[in-house]
Design a protein. Sequence first.
Length: 118
Amino acid sequence: MLKHLSSEERRTLANRGALKRKNPDKIRLSVHRSDRHIEIQAIDDTRGHTICAASSKEKDFKGKGWNVAGAEMVGATFAQRVVKAKIADNCYFDRGGYRYHGRVKALCEAIRAGGVRI
């Protein structure tokens, strides 16, 4: 069924499916990290749409998203948007197969510092 995917990609999908099954009524905070940018979005899986998002590709973060400090800035901005959307107590973190280290860790800790309970 998933033979065209690498074992790492299969594991990422399996972990995401397990997270969705364990937290069916919560909002998923999904992170995507590339060499230059970091992005995060709050996804409601029951309705299938994105509630809010933040990215280092936005004008405010021009040239600042590639390091830990940039990830912290994106996390702080995202936390403000989540609190404004009134979903701060109903979230879980989906690291998307990335290790909880470096930019991903800084992003998550900045979100927590902004008042979101993960």
